[in-house]
Write a protein that binds this ligand. Structure first.
Ligand code: SF4
Ligand code: SF4
Ligand code: FES
Length: 232
């Protein structure tokens, strides 16, 4: 093993990772899948969704915020963890209003993709059907609060040129909702809206006037399923 590398075991597979990598990063680098929603590329992890939960030493830990450590033994694809992750995805689905056929993010949505992955047809929890308004006052961006999963990716990843955050959260508990300082001209720019839509894992941030530019069936996860030969 080279300097700066560590070795760990994930589901019985010997894996080599770089020091400082999270369990999720280590798994990816070794071709193993751990589901994520709030984790995004180079952003520092927030640990809000918990779908990346794995087991280490008999304890549940979030894979995105837990560092991979030399000699670590990680459980990932077990029946228990699959059921836990499926339950978390089901909760996110029933807590919002996720009507995929009418959602511009369909085919590009990470929540929808995880629902497919876990073969969720009817969630075990009752739908809450929250009544939430669509925020349409910005020139280039809709906020569909009913689809927000509070992953904080927009808060962490969409910033103005001077580095200040454009998105934030207001209210508390179950009433928490994403907000934008509309007095800031960058908050409503076309470039910001494009970036926000890309960074949001679901259809909560939708850039205006781009609907169906990429047809249903030719989007990111549609193409993946086509390649994998899976039925949607
Ligand atoms: S955000 Fe995703 S899961 Fe929700 S309606 Fe849109 S495509 Fe479906
Ligand atoms: S708007 Fe999108 S990116 Fe922002 S917190 Fe909600 S789901 Fe996450
Ligand atoms: S991806 Fe780890 S908590 Fe969301």
């Amino acid at each position: 093993m080279e300097q700066g590398q560590i070795s760990l075991t994930i589901d019985g597979k010997e894996c080599v990772a770089k020091e400082g990598q999270s369990i999720v990063q280590a798994a990816r680098e070794n071709g193993l899948f751990i589901p994520t929603l709030c984790d995004f590329r180079s952003l520092s992890p927030a640990g809000t969704c918990r779908v990346c939960t794995v087991k280490v030493g008999g304890r549940f830990v979030p894979g995105c915020t837990s560092p991979a450590v030399n000699g670590m033994v990680v459980e990932n694809e077990t029946a228990e963890l699959t059921d836990l992750r499926r339950a978390l995805v089901e909760m996110l689905i029933v807590e919002g209003n996720h009507m995929c056929p009418s959602c511009e993010k369909s085919g590009n949505c990470e929540l929808q993709e995880l629902a497919h992955h876990y073969r969720i047809v009817v969630p075990r929890y009752p739908f809450l059907f929250p009544v939430q308004k669509v925020e349409a006052r910005m020139a280039h961006l809709f906020i569909e609060h009913k689809r927000c999963i509070q992953c904080l990716r927009c808060v962490r990843g969409v910033r103005a040129k001077d580095g200040h955050e454009i998105f934030g959260f207001m209210r508390r508990g179950s009433d928490v909702r994403i907000t934008v300082d509309v007095t800031d001209p960058e908050a409503v720019s076309e470039a910001t809206a494009k970036k926000a839509m890309e960074i949001c894992p679901v259809g909560a941030l939708i850039q205006k006037r781009v609907g169906f530019r990429v047809p249903i069936g030719q989007r990111r996860f549609d193409r993946k399923h086509e390649k994998d030969g899976k039925q949607l």
